[in-house]
Design a binder for this molecule. Structure first.
Ligand code: XMP
Length: 319
């Protein structure tokens, strides 16, 4: 891809110019954007870069392992794997307001990055995989008075007191362009084609209080759903698909017993940039297969519903 080869050269020069001989910390979220940013920056400044995978305990099933192996085995880029789930889950205890969750998570990410910056003997820069839609959605709604829709942690959610300067080489790009750049940089197709995953992770897919137990329940349901989507050959036709664990219990019946358990909602949308989205029209047989499997296999869920809301008026995530 000529354009992306050109973009790659230009950005590499810009990154070198911006950071000089300073050290840079790059947070990996498990998504495509931060991975592409990290690989690009590594190409520009080599071992001045330290990649940190902040495992907040809010990842999908198997995701942490996949990211760690991509960086260590495929690229041989050194990666610090920080398991800080007690810090995140501890701080989220009792927090139910969506913006409060995002603010806490954004601030805690920065605390972890700053600690890591000290660890490497001082880093002046923090790199992020911020994209163009993140920039606009965090700033204002279609040019009107500045209304924050959601404080995306990798933009609006950063605390003002942050000491590090930002390196955001993907700020002008849309998702499809980041994927093209990822291919240009040699990221495996399976990684480049990944659905977007938000920085706050499962926390914004668990309305109400986030606990380790609820994360575990959600991870299992989500994994069943994604497995069925892959088996049906639908993964690449969908922009994002995920399960949401609702803070609602309903009555059900299993064999001879009455159950009283959580409801799980399934979301799947098509989109080109995440700014607008349409629901994915699964056929009824597919949805009932997934619902049956989740109720049978995931302890703690006894009812499954499908979210039929497009964006707008809904957002893709539930919080
Ligand atoms: P919404 O829910 O606003 O999401 O329609 C649009 C796209 O952005 C992702 N998203 C986030 N990504 N940090 C991120 O890195 C965040 O805080 C965040 N919130 C939403 C969402 O998954 C969708 O792709």
């Amino acid at each position: 891809d000529w354009t992306m080869a050109e973009f790659r050269r230009t950005k590499i020069a810009e990154i070198r110019e911006q950071v000089g001989s300073s050290r840079v910390i790059c947070g990996l979220s498990g998504g495509v954007d931060s991975a592409v940013a990290a690989v690009l920056i590594h190409e520009a400044i080599g071992d001045q870069l330290t990649c940190v995978f902040v495992d907040h305990g809010l990842m999908r099933m198997g995701e942490a392992e996949q990211v760690v192996s991509l960086f260590r085995n495929h690229y041989n880029i050194p990666l610090v794997h920080k398991d800080v789930s007690p810090l995140f889950l501890g701080g989220l205890a009792g927090v139910t307001d969506p913006e409060a969750k995002r603010k806490f998570i954004g601030k805690t990410f920065i605390d972890v990055f700053e600690a890591e910056a000290r660890q490497v003997g001082g880093a002046d820069f923090l790199a992020q995989g911020t994209l163009y839609p993140d920039v606009i959605e965090s700033v204002s709604f279609t040019g009107g008075p500045s209304v924050t829709i959601k404080s995306h942690h990798n933009v609006g959610g950063l605390p003002d007191r942050m000491n590090m300067k930002l390196v955001e080489p993907l700020r002008e790009l849309f998702k499809d362009e980041v994927r093209a750049l990822g291919r240009e940089l040699g990221l495996p197709d399976i990684f480049v084609g990944r659905h977007p995953f938000p920085g706050p992770g499962l926390a914004i897919r668990i309305p109400g209080e986030v606990t380790r137990e609820r994360c575990d329940i959600l991870r299992k349901a989500d994994a069943v759903y994604l497995e069925e989507i892959r088996n049906a050959g639908l993964y690449d036709a969908i922009w994002q698909a995920f399960a949401v664990l609702l803070p609602v219990k309903t009555v059900g019946v299993m064999g001879d017993f009455r159950t009283y358990d959580n409801v799980c909602a399934l979301r799947a949308v098509t989109s080109t940039d995440g700014m607008t989205a349409d629901i994915y029209p699964f056929d009824a047989a597919f949805l009932s297969r997934v619902a049956t499997r989740i109720v049978n296999e995931v302890k703690g869920i006894n009812r499954v519903v499908y979210d039929y809301t497009s964006k707008p008026p809904g957002t893709i995530e539930w919080e």
